[in-house]
Design a binder for this molecule. Structure first.
Ligand code: FES
Length: 365
């Protein structure tokens, strides 16, 4: 339904004469094409007479249009509510596996339909408002230099104010309020946690499968390790016992992989804070290079250096694996060690800092 009444091209438009190509006034002669033939001439039709909409001249019609706009904004509000209800009412947790796909489908449909209605109705309401109630006077605006004169600028500000007044936000309280009512809950959507982007990572990047009393087992055989059986100069690649039973085995292995070495105890220059992290010269460090994460698996027995094969970062095992060469930015994290009642090596705790490459939240654990 539109209030726009089109009056047609006007009488005799087919017979209108114009000045033809290249001519702008009646004084100019007829234009010709390349072969010299005179071109048809049409008169400049100018601006058609302005046609008032019904809502411009009939206050009752204006009121009807106002209610229609408010209805569209109200439908938008309902769409937003549908989205919110769909988000919270359709639970995706604790659902039997056979029902999960149906549940996800229902949730997706409710969210999509709700948001679609909310956005579409706001757009439709705004368009209907502009076409039926906002001023539609035709104005001629001459092309001007880029920067308008001060006088024009002042006029523009006045025109803007007049336009704002014409939109009737102050007068048409029903529209204003229903629009605010539609926009406000829409804004709420921005603060709803978007579970569909996946769960937040939590501590998954900073924790590994190591923990208090966890036995060290050989990688890949899975044998526990008697501390007394490791010779001086010995090297063992290790993982935490039970890692095969974790939910994401490969990811957990990639984070927890470590290397155990035994030195003469007096070769270790230990930080007093970490004096009890080694056991009889046995130390364990993360095998994930702190440069970009390659496995640091090359141990030089004579120099007690650990070497990363990717970019040659070199770590000094005698000094808590501090970097002595290469691009790595920090030492390898140390795994605190102990032995259990049967003499098997166990971890006292998890690594005390995130393993692997440095990243901006490394301090938050
Ligand atoms: Fe180890 Fe680059 S990944 S030095």
């Amino acid at each position: 339904m539109s209030d726009q009444q089109y009056t047609g091209p006007g009488p005799g438009i087919d017979q209108r004469q114009t000045t033809g190509a290249g001519a702008t006034g009646g004084e100019a002669g007829p234009a010709h094409d390349a072969s010299g033939k005179e071109l048809a001439r049409y008169e400049n039709p100018g601006i058609l007479p302005h046609v008032y909409r019904r809502s411009d001249i009939d206050p009752k019609a204006a009121k009807r249009r106002e209610r229609e706009v408010a209805t569209l904004f109200g439908l938008s509000t309902l769409g937003t509510l549908l989205f919110i209800v769909g988000y919270f009412a359709v639970k995706l947790e604790d659902v039997p596996a056979e029902d999960l796909l149906d549940r996800v489908g229902l949730s997706t449909r409710l969210l999509g339909v709700g948001l679609g209605i909310a956005l579409f109705m706001i757009g439709a309401g705004a368009i209907h408002w502009a076409k039926t109630l906002m001023p539609d006077d035709e104005v001629v605006n001459e092309r001007k230099p880029m920067r308008s004169s001060e006088e024009d600028r002042t006029e523009a500000v006045a025109a803007l104010k007049e336009g704002a007044g014409g939109a009737g936000l102050g007068r048409r309280k029903l529209i204003r309020n229903s629009l605010l009512g539609a926009l406000a809950p829409l804004g709420l959507l921005a603060i709803i946690p978007l579970r569909d982007l996946g769960p937040l990572p939590g501590s998954v990047r900073t924790r590994t499968a190591w923990g208090p009393g966890k036995r060290l087992v050989t990688d890949p055989v899975g044998e526990p390790i008697l501390a007394a059986e490791i010779p001086i100069g010995g090297v063992i690649h290790v993982l935490p016992e039970g890692i095969e039973e974790t939910e994401h085995v490969l990811e957990e292995k990639a984070k927890a992989t470590a290397i155990v070495m035994r030195l003469e105890p007096d070769e270790l220059k230990e930080d007093p804070d970490r004096a009890d992290w080694s056991y009889n010269g046995i130390v364990a460090y993360s095998k994930v290079c702190t440069h970009v994460g390659c496995p640091v698996g090359l141990y030089e027995q004579q120099t007690h250096h650990l070497l990363c094969p990717c970019h040659q970062s070199t770590f000094d095992v005698t000094e808590h694996c501090k970097v002595i060469f290469g691009p790595a930015g920090r030492p390898l994290p140390q795994l605190p060690l102990d032995v259990d009642d049967e003499g098997y090596l166990v971890s006292r705790d998890d690594f005390q800092e995130p393993v692997g490459p440095s990243y901006w939240e490394r301090g938050e654990r």
